[in-house]
Design a protein around this ligand. Structure first.
Ligand SMILES: Cc1ncc(COP(=O)(O)O)c(C=O)c1O
Length: 380
């Protein structure tokens, strides 16, 4: 498969090991193994971990883990779950199973690039469902109605959304599902940011899998759990789709790592405590960010994120986002992701999941660079 370069990943790898203030990170401050074991009852959990024999694991993920994951949905059995190497493998398998060259599909835009680049590489006819700044990055259901046709095989949504923090409400998501059902298409929900509610925001839609057979949910421990290093994600879909994805996976990664599978079971069991940790970090950073924007409204503005951990900052400076992001990284050791990586100029993507002290300090340093850039080149 010939595929275009993953623009954001390339930009991130250039800076992420050298900057001190990574405000571009898309997840929550990662947990340590020690923190996770302590939540689960350290001595017993450690003893069980040390006794694990490191043979190949169950290909679909252990039945224990799949059972715990299945219980996160309505009426889903362990056979309707496939544990994958992160949400990224789940998405990749699903596209390869569900799509053929020439199929029409609809994908949210802007988007986590994989959601558009893989279907394009397969040879699909990809229509973009735009979240526009002039519409406060809301999903416009009438626009979806206009994009869908009898050839549409798949609608790909992502709620809460990377990079805008937009969400679908439960009613809106039901309408997406009804539109797909009308033409016999599936709805694939990249739910990497599930559970990540923000203080004072309206509730957003639950898993699309719960709406019916044509709903497919992708989940991960990377964002809400702060465990991206475990590389554990999953697919919740019908047994037929899960089996087909499993067949593809036989050629790629075969099975999850055994230690990771075990630590994932602990994480799911301890999720309420983990989400409390996540909420605490995200709400503290959100308050810091809102104050920071308020203090420089002529320079930076945003559509407040409605869920998840990400948002787009619009800056009023006459400089392309890639250049500005490089300057922030090299002069202030601050990473904010360039909007250009999502096809949006004069925006920087910010993540509110980092360590609160680092986040606050990073914003202060970013402000100095933004102010200097504006006085040099003027407003956009
Ligand atoms: C929307 C979205 N989907 C999928 C992924 C991949 O996540 P994972 O670490 O589970 O592979 C990401 C990571 O940033 C993401 O933002």
């Amino acid at each position: 498969m010939k595929i275009e370069t993953f623009a954001l990943e390339r930009w991130m790898t250039r800076w992420e090991t050298v900057v001190r203030y990574d405000l571009a990170e898309s997840g929550i401050k990662p947990m340590t193994v020690d923190e996770l074991l302590t939540l689960a009852g350290r001595d017993a959990a450690l003893e069980r971990m040390l006794g694990i024999s490191l043979g190949y694991s169950e290909a679909r993920g252990t039945v224990e883990l799949r059972g715990l994951l299945a219980a996160l949905y309505r009426d889903v059995t362990p056979d309707e779950i496939l544990v994958t190497t992160g949400a990224i493998e789940a998405n990749f398998l699903l596209f390869n199973v569900l799509l053929n060259p020439g199929d029409h599909i609809i994908v949210v835009d802007p988007a986590y690039q994989q959601l558009q680049s893989v279907p394009k590489a397969i040879g699909c006819d990809v229509s973009l469902w735009k979240l526009r700044p002039e519409n406060d990055f809301r999903y416009d259901l009438d626009e979806l109605e206009a994009l869908v046709n009898v050839r549409t095989r798949l609608i790909v949504i992502n709620t809460p959304h990377n990079p805008t923090g937009s969400v679908l409400t439960p009613v809106e998501q039901e309408r997406v599902f009804a539109i797909a059902e009308r033409v016999g298409a599936h709805v694939m929900g990249d739910e990497a940011y599930r559970w990540l509610t923000l203080p004072g925001r309206e509730p957003f839609a639950g898993p699309v899998r719960d709406l019916g057979e044509r709903g497919i949910s992708v989940g991960t421990l990377s964002k809400p759990f702060g465990l991206p290093g475990l590389r554990i994600g999953w697919i919740a879909a019908t047994p037929e789709i899960v089996r087909a994805c499993w067949s593809q996976r036989d050629y790629i990664s075969l099975s999850p790592g055994k230690l990771n599978d075990y630590l994932a079971t602990l994480a799911i069991q301890q999720r309420e405590a983990i989400f409390a940790r996540t909420q605490k970090i995200a709400s503290e950073n959100l308050a810091t960010l809102e104050q920071w924007i308020h203090e420089r409204e002529d320079l930076v503005s945003w559509v407040p994120s409605r869920g998840g951990l990400l948002g787009l900052l619009r800056y009023d400076i006459d400089v392309p986002s890639m250049e500005l992001a490089d300057r922030l990284a090299s002069e202030a050791s601050v990473m904010l992701a360039p909007g250009a990586a999502f096809g949006y100029e004069h925006f920087l993507r910010i993540g509110i999941g980092g360590d609160p002290a680092v986040f606050r300090e990073g914003l202060g340093r970013a402000a100095s660079v933004l102010e200097a850039a504006r006085s040099e080149v003027g407003p956009a």
